[in-house]
Write a protein that binds this ligand. Structure first.
Ligand SMILES: Cc1ncc(COP(=O)(O)O)c(C=O)c1O
Length: 368
């Protein structure tokens, strides 16, 4: 059953973006596919990443990791977030690596590993972001403990940059702190990683064995620019068809609160998606969509399940006509970053916020 609001994704674009980021980074990738691959579908992204030769995947939660395994992904998976001890045994059985992000509780973690098994761990060093991570001062002692505990295999060490997109000098200071920790580590774990998408574009870290991009793989900008970064292509499209058409006279309103009132005769197409689908409510009255290759405005308030667009009176318009909310039509393109700008947020928020109510359709099916 095909709803008249749906998503499409472009595997070739995703594969090309993986290749481009790997070339830019100059090392293999740990592809970040948390939050359902930023809304693009984690299993889909994992399968393509494996086909593209990606070395490992990163997710945020235990559920994300286990669902990738259930979906058949065989790549190494690292959970970047904090994990409740109750799921450790399941993660060991699934062959998933965990992040050790604080000094306390490392022994408790090892105690949860079933006898005869080993849990892969990466040590997260907080080099200034003050989210997760052991401090640079603690890192050596915690690393030594990881090395001693038989049921743990200390596989990797990493840090995360707070300002690679906005303040490269502060990011360089974080990398220098991380480098100083690495210098004192003898022996070092096999995997070392630090750079996210913005870091790969703007910075270097020769000690790293992997790069850890997310957003750029989906063809979106880590710098909040509306245009895709050079050499990358957006992967996702958001499309809809008009379920009803109105011909309004001047003075007639549309939607809740009549936030839009026609100043002159205009046609209004109602599209069957709203903020419950993740199209941001804050974009109401500012956003535009593509209709037959031209931009037309979203008018009035965005409802939970519907939004309205205004189409000039003289243009042919009927129920079933197609609209592109994110994607390219002809020579014009609306990126998720552009939608984010209309909504006062970032592209990450827009794509990862699209709800499961929107389904991915095969791009080779009937097109608008
Ligand atoms: C720890 C960590 N590494 C890497 C990434 C990927 O960052 P980006 O999507 O900006 O490339 C994220 C994303 O938030 C993250 O939290």
């Amino acid at each position: 059953m095909r709803r008249w609001a749906w998503l499409e994704r472009d595997r070739a674009a995703f594969m090309a973006n993986l290749g481009r980021m790997e070339a830019l980074a100059g090392r293999p990738l740990m592809a970040v596919v948390k939050a359902n691959a930023y809304g693009h579908g984690a299993s889909w992204a994992a399968e393509a990443a494996q086909a593209a030769g990606v070395r490992a995947l990163a997710v945020a939660t235990a559920e994300e990791a286990l669902s990738l395994r259930q979906g058949g992904s065989r790549l190494p998976i690292l959970i970047l977030g904090a994990v409740p001890l109750e799921v450790v045994a399941d993660l060991v059985r699934a062959g998933v690596a965990l992040t050790v992000h604080q000094a306390a509780g490392v022994g408790d973690l090892a105690a949860r590993v079933p006898a005869g098994c080993r849990l892969d761990v990466h040590l997260f060093v907080d080099t200034g972001m003050h989210r997760l991570g052991v401090s640079a001062e603690e890192a050596l002692a915690v690393g030594a403990e990881l090395g001693r505990l038989e049921r743990l295999r200390w596989q990797g060490i990493y840090t995360h940059l707070a300002t690679a997109d906005s303040d490269p000098e502060a990011a360089e200071r974080q990398l220098a702190r991380f480098g100083a920790v690495l210098e004192q580590l003898q022996p070092r774990p096999k995997l070392v990683h630090a750079l996210n998408s913005a870091g790969i574009f703007r910075l270097g870290f020769p000690e790293a064995t992997l790069a850890r991009p997310g957003i750029a793989l989906y063809g979106l900008s880590p710098f909040g620019e509306a245009a895709p970064p050079a050499g990358l292509q957006p992967v996702m499209r958001l499309l809809a068809r008009a379920v009803q058409v109105h011909r309004l006279q001047a003075g007639e309103g549309v939607g809740y609160g009549f936030a839009y009132v026609a100043e002159a005769p205009v046609q209004v197409a109602v599209l069957p998606l709203g903020y419950a689908d993740g199209y941001p409510r804050q974009a109401g009255g500012r956003a535009e969509v593509l209709f037959r290759g031209e931009l037309v405005p979203v008018v009035g308030r965005i409802s939970m399940d519907m939004l309205a667009v205004a189409v000039p009176w003289e243009r042919p318009l009927q129920v079933g006509d197609g609209f592109t909310l994110i994607g390219r039509e002809g020579g014009r393109q609306i990126t998720a970053d552009q939608v984010a700008k209309w909504a006062g947020t970032i592209g990450y928020d827009v794509t990862s916020g699209l709800s499961r109510r929107l389904r991915f359709e095969n791009s080779s099916e009937e097109r608008i």
